[in-house]
Each structure stands twice: as C-alpha cells, then as structure tokens.
Design a protein around this ligand. Sequence first.
Ligand code: NAI
Ligand code: MG
Length: 356
Amino acid sequence: MNFNIATIPGDGIGPDIIEQTVLVLNRIGEKFGHTFHFTEVLAGGAAIDATGEPLPQETIDICKKSDSVLLGAVGGPKWDNLPGDRRPEKALLGLRGELGLFANLRPALLHKALKDACPLKPEIIGDGLDILVVRELTGGIYFGERGRRTGKFGEEAYDTETYSVHEVERIARVGFESAMKRNKKVTSVDKANILESSRLWRSVVEKVAKDYPEVELNHMYVDNAAMQLVRNPRQFDVIITSNMFGDILSDEASMITGSIGMLPSASLGEGTLGMYEPIHGSAPDIAGQDKANPIATILSAAMMLRYSFNLEKEAACVEEAVTKVLEQNYRTGDIMSDGMKLVGTREMGQLIINAL
Ligand code: NAI
Ligand code: MG
C-alpha cells in the first residue's frame, strides 16, 4: 500500500530523531511491501526563521492532505523571547486544532531491559508495566470560558470545565477501541463525586461501554487514580480521562517507565489522520551531537502504523526490534547504566533497522 506522511523535523534534536525514524519506516516498507512518501514541512522555530510564522498555511495544507503527520519537536532558547502567539509551541496547538485531533494516546510501557530505570520497587513492577492513557485533547478546562472579575473579596479569576455528550462519546470510543486491541480493560477516571461535568462523563462512558460488552469497565476518582498508579500500577490497562486529568496522570504514568527519550504519543481525530510525536521536547543541550535517543520517535512511528494505517504486524515488528536492541544492552546516553554499551542516535537507529 501507499501512504503519504508529512514530516516536521522541527528544532533542536528534531531533525536527528526524524532522520532515523524515516530510515526505519523505509525499511518496514521494503520488508512488508509498502511505499511511504515523505513530504518535509516547516513548523516551530525553523518555520519562524524561514517564513516569520510558527505554523505556515502551507504546512497546514500539506498535513491535511497527508495520511498522517510525524513530528520531531519544536522550540528552543533562540525563540524564547517571542510573544506567546508567535512562539514555536503555537504550531503544536495550531496543528491539533486544524487537524481536529481530540484524542491523545500515551502508552507508558516499561521495557523489561530498563527495569532499573523505574523508580518503583521490583515487587510493584512485577513482570512489567504497560498502560495506555487516552486523554481528551481539545475540550475541558483548557478550552473552557476563563477570565478575571471582581468578586466578594476583590479580584478573582475563573476557568470552567465543560464537556458535551458528543465530546465524551468520541473519546470514550477511542478508549474502548484501543482496549479491544489490547487487554479489553478500561478504567475511566473522573471526579464524579464533585463535578457535574464528571457525572456527565461517567454516564456517557457507561453508555458507550454497552457497545463493547467484551471490555471490562471500572470508574475511579482522579485522586485515587494518582495514588493507585504508584501503589498498584499493574491494575491498569487503558485509562480514559479528561484533558486536565490526562495531562497530569500521563506525566505520572510516564515517569514510572524511566526516560523521557523512550515515550511515544499519538494524537487522533475522527478519521485515520493522526499526528505522532515523542513526548519530549527539542533538547537543545544535545541537538546535532548524535546523542539524542531516537526510540520515542521510532515508537511513535509504530503507533502511526497501528492507528493511522491499520498495519498491526508492521507496528509490532518495530516494537519488537526496539525491545531486541535494548535486550542486547545498547543504550543512548539518557538510558545508559553500568555495563551497557553506549551508542549515538545514528547507531541506535541502525541497530533497530538491523533488528527489524
Ligand atoms: P526536553 O524534553 O527538550 O529536555 C529535557 C531533558 O531531557 C534535557 O536534558 C534533554 O537533553 C533530555 N532529553 C529530551 N529528549 C531526549 C532524547 N530523545 N534523548 C536524550 N535526552 C533527551 O524539555 P525542555 O528542556 O523543557 O525543553 C526544551 C525545548 O523543547 C523548549 O523550547 C520547549 O518549549 C520545547 N518543548 C517542545 C515540545 C514539543 O515539541 N512537543 C515538548 C516539550 C518541550
Ligand atoms: Mg503536561
């Protein structure tokens, strides 16, 4: 099959990690008989330098016409003094909005070979952790009405959490569909003992669950979920939650897996078009030095194969190759420990390609 992928290397280590990921995808194409056409586009600091805009219209147009978008990272000290709406990060929010990407999938997977990097005790980790956080990305308190006003005690500020049935239903479906591809278990996280928006959330999730009778569903309050993630993380498989709760819980979940250089993400909308990117930033301190860990981006490409292209076998092949290279004790600097073999960005990419 043929697929069009828009690539946004962006800034800092972005170009280093995208280069290796494109090579991995090309090898997958050869191996399984697919053709990936890459169109490189500008966003972030690189786009500001070239065009004056963090998100040029041409980038939006090309991304919309593509089958999916692969992004490195944007931003860096060079652009730190620009005003809010002209900064590189504007490109990310702009793209999510333009492409209607309302679901953010963040798997937190602890590789057995990296068990030492996990801050939790071995008896809590057991034989490994594998959690998928499905976070609502375009609604809730981050997008609700906000402002300042004068209240009883003088100046005050407010933010509002709003969720529609439609918004909850579509994110719940993404969660249940993901669960069907995994272990058929969903935990919906809310604060339904207090928040009306959470009560609506809970009732809509219950309704969607009826379409997935094979999936086991439980509900959990967010404060308890935060505690359970460190007390007994193995009870979770897929977590579905709101924008703000997901922001916080996915960072917590990601920490239990060790390095930021390992964690991929997918942002999905109504159709198959998605945006795939590592969760880390542009790491200006190591940019262009062949030091960045490309694994988070390579695993993001695996998510692209799975979620946008429905190529499960190919996705699993990439993930297994990463696991194999880690089991052979190769490490980039961020995951390096005693007795391991230190490699750079390019060598790590090549090792993964060899393992495919
Ligand atoms: P960062 O994630 O870029 O770096 C934090 C630390 O982790 C640094 O020491 C860095 O060297 C290391 N690190 C990150 N990714 C790594 C990798 N793949 N391999 C090895 N080490 C890695 O976060 P920071 O420093 O807060 O932000 C730097 C810039 O990135 C800022 O301009 C920020 O706005 C931007 N940023 C962009 C994001 C995006 O494009 N999605 C997300 C987060 C930050
Ligand atoms: Mg966050």
